[in-house]
Design a binder for this molecule. Structure first.
Ligand code: GUN
Ligand code: ZN
Length: 432
């Protein structure tokens, strides 16, 4: 078996850091090494320790003084919105109508979807992201393009064909029946194939009839090992329209609850303007709220209450929400996340931040045995980080004294220029 050994400063989290002083939730090895065999991490320790056990044919790749961390996990983004990013002047509902639906309509063309899939994953790998949880367009072909491109790169991805059968242009709509049939076919083709997993994806209640949410609930029941992803409580006009469309629901989340769409594998994008009952139900069902800071600021949606939800026991995920989000970078997502928290109270500490985009998001997906750490047995998705990648960062690093401070510099100043390499299942992918 060919061994690959990556040498560098190893940083991986073992638990959620409880405070800025909590040094017990991570493992840091100044001169560390990871051994990779068949895409899996088979050893992690000091270089001197590891070097003694290496086979003679092992390939040693010296990344010193870079940091080696688990690949970043983006838990909510839209594959057909790569050409929607930076669309001016609208809040959610106008933004969807004016920019997003027209862009998504183009994904009925498989050649377009395939071309965009290459750019989508190139961009994400360039930013150190190794796992994506994506909405595809309503066209089955777009989900095939997404999964096929991810499979070509051997990436662990989650995704689903968006289900939407009303309040959108005809070219972007399916029907309750075709949405069910296409989702079913995609699950058969992709769920559990290689590293891919499927998410049943009703876009949100505004664009799904009761019949379609019923069909989504049936899919979730028939495939309990699949995820469910949708949007919740992002924008006041959205909430108002939703409650007009579902007048019998106690609140917005009550709609998804009614159709059996909640549970530990359900990811709820945004969750900004929550009612107390919605928070209770989210906690009871262990559904996961997803914080999308760049998008929430860009669309003027509001400030996610991370500390409040966390205090209630919610397991929050964090994501870019491309293309309402403005950066593919999970580091820039943390940067904006820090600012959102700064406006609400307690600051987002870098230990918690880097835990979040690795092990924290992996746990929210229930995949912590596979991704999100550098533990032995984990899949070898690894990012190599250069904290002095730009002159401004190098200057700032001259007066950096601690690991936490270095991480904060990365959290605030870094982007793809700091990603020296991204390994997917042990293969260097960025330079490709
Ligand atoms: N709500 C329903 N669809 C979308 C979308 O594509 N982006 C965002 N940010 N919110 C949504
Ligand atoms: Zn979204």
């Amino acid at each position: 078996m060919v061994q690959k050994c990556l040498r560098g400063r190893i940083l991986t989290f073992t638990a959620e850091p409880q405070s800025p002083e909590d040094e017990s939730a991570h493992l840091y090895i100044e001169d560390g090494a990871l051994v990779i065999e068949d895409g899996i991490i088979t050893a992690c320790g000091t270089f001197s320790e590891i070097n003694e056990q290496l086979s003679e044919t092992a390939e040693i790749i010296d990344h010193r003084p870079a940091l080696l961390m688990p690949g970043f996990i983006d838990t909510h983004l839209h594959f057909p919105q790569v050409q929607v990013i930076a669309s001016w002047g609208a809040q959610l509902l106008d933004w969807l109508e004016n920019y997003t639906f027209p862009a998504e309509a183009k994904y009925s063309d498989i050649a377009h979807a395939e071309r965009m899939a290459v750019h989508f994953f190139d961009e994400l790998i360039g930013q150190g992201t190794t796992t994506t949880v994506a909405y595809c367009s309503s066209h089955k072909a777009s989900a095939d393009a997404y999964f096929a491109e991810a499979a070509r790169r051997n990436m662990r991805v989650i995704g689903g064909k968006t289900m939407m059968d009303r309040n959108a242009p005809a070219e972007t709509c399916d029907t309750a029946q075709s949405g069910y049939d296409d989702s079913k076919a995609l699950i058969a083709s992709w769920h559990g194939k290689g590293r891919a997993l499927y998410a049943v994806t009703p876009r949100f209640a505004i664009t799904s009839t009761p019949a379609q949410l019923e069909a989504s609930g049936a899919l979730a029941r028939e495939h309990p090992d699949c995820y469910v992803q949708t949007h919740l409580d992002e924008n006041h006009a959205e909430i108002h329209t939703t409650l007009e469309l579902y007048p019998d629901a106690p609140d917005y989340l009550g709609i998804y609850e009614h159709y059996g769409l909640l549970g530990p594998k359900t990811l709820l994008g945004h969750c900004i303007h929550l009612e107390p009952r919605e928070i209770d139900v989210m906690i009871e069902t262990a559904s996961k709220p997803v914080f999308c800071p760049t998008s929430n600021l860009f669309l003027g949606s509001g400030l996610f209450d991370y500390e409040g939800l966390r205090a209630r026991g919610a397991e929050c995920a964090i994501a870019t929400d491309i293309g309402g989000g403005t950066s593919y970078s999970m580091l820039q997502t943390l940067n904006e996340g820090y600012k959102v928290q700064a406006l609400r109270g307690p600051k987002l500490h870098p230990y918690r931040a880097f835990y979040w985009i690795t092990l924290g998001n992996a746990k929210a997906l229930g995949l912590e045995d596979k991704i999100g750490t550098l533990d032995v047995g984990s899949e070898a998705d690894i990012v190599v980080l250069d904290s002095k990648a730009t002159p401004a960062m190098a200057l700032r690093m001259e007066v950096c004294n601690t690991l936490a401070e270095e991480l904060f510099i990365l959290q605030i100043m870094a982007d793809d220029r700091s990603i020296s390499e991204t390994y997917v299942a042990g293969e260097a992918m960025k330079a490709r």
